[in-house]
Write a protein that binds this ligand. Structure first.
Ligand SMILES: [Zn+2]
Ligand SMILES: [Zn+2]
Length: 279
């Protein structure tokens, strides 16, 4: 058997051959067989001698959420210790719960997946105020399309014999299989991301530069919305590729460079020029 590792290119049904962890694998390891999916693909062969560097942040930057996240400092589990999983899902003392396999910081708000992995990247039970908490989940489905849940239950519906209060239970990807009419699940595509603007939420997942990582990755914005986006400019943001509404930030030094109101906040790191705000 041969092992050929492919990277999806930014066009439908295009792939490039890559090395795995710096190694050109020709023999297929037995252990990988279970993770295989069989498909017909056309391969664009990259000429050896130039190694493709991984310039993508593989995961999500939770740039805008319904409220600032204040999570409880994570207590480290000792190896082998069984997770007793308290029965308490409500937030204590105004804290939000953040569940992820990787690390989390309230300031950076990055959910990272292992390169090539799919599934739940992270879940937040967001404490907005003393009366309201909202579930937010993000992840990639089996074909690497972004999925977002806003509202609904923090629990995944089909977890077999897992403890529903455990991290594994709540990170189980079965929430992505909600029926098409679900009002909580939002499906994006691998190429175009997601943009839904409807009462009560505006949900956007777009590829863009994540200043903290210096790499391109999925940028997530979740805000309350009355469905009114405001004035639309015939402009695409050069930071996150979304259409610009309400305020158009135009670079005063470049001929054609525009930012939306979210990307202009980080202009110092991404495009350090003077901007003019046009309404
Ligand atoms: Zn933008
Ligand atoms: Zn400029």
């Amino acid at each position: 058997r041969l092992g050929i590792f492919l990277r999806m290119l930014p066009r439908e049904n295009r792939y490039a051959r890559v090395m795995l962890a710096g190694e050109d694998l020709v023999v297929f390891r037995e252990g990988l067989a279970a993770r295989c999916t069989y498909r017909d693909v056309f391969v664009q062969q990259r000429v050896w001698g130039s190694v493709l560097t991984e310039e993508r942040f593989y995961g999500f930057w939770m740039r805008t959420l319904l409220a600032p996240v204040k999570s409880k400092p994570k207590t480290k589990k000792k190896g082998g210790q069984k997770n007793s999983g308290g029965q308490n899902t409500s937030d204590e003392e105004g804290f939000s719960q953040v569940i992820t396999r990787g690390s989390w910081s309230d300031e950076d708000r990055l959910f990272e997946l292992a390169v090539g992995d799919s599934g739940t990247a992270g879940a937040i039970y967001l404490n907005e105020n003393e009366n309201r908490s909202t579930t937010i989940k993000v992840g990639l489905d089996g074909a690497f399309n972004p999925r977002v849940q806003v509202g609904g239950s923090i629990f995944s519906p089909e977890i077999r014999n897992l403890d529903p209060y455990s991290e594994e239970g709540r990170l189980h990807p079965s929430w992505m299989d909600a029926p098409a009419h679900s009002m909580y699940l939002h499906r994006g595509t691998r190429l175009d991301g997601l943009l839904k603007d409807d009462y009560p939420w505006r949900i956007s997942v777009q590829n863009g530069m994540i200043p903290k990582t210096g790499k391109i990755g999925w940028i997530v914005d979740i805000e309350r919305s009355d469905g009114d986006r405001g004035k639309e400019f015939n402009r695409i943001c050069d930071g996150c590729s979304s259409t610009i509404y309400k305020v158009w930030h135009k670079c005063t030094e470049c001929d054609e460079f525009d930012f939306c109101s979210k990307c202009v906040v980080h202009a110092e790191d991404t495009h350090n020029h003077k901007f003019e705000a046009i309404t």
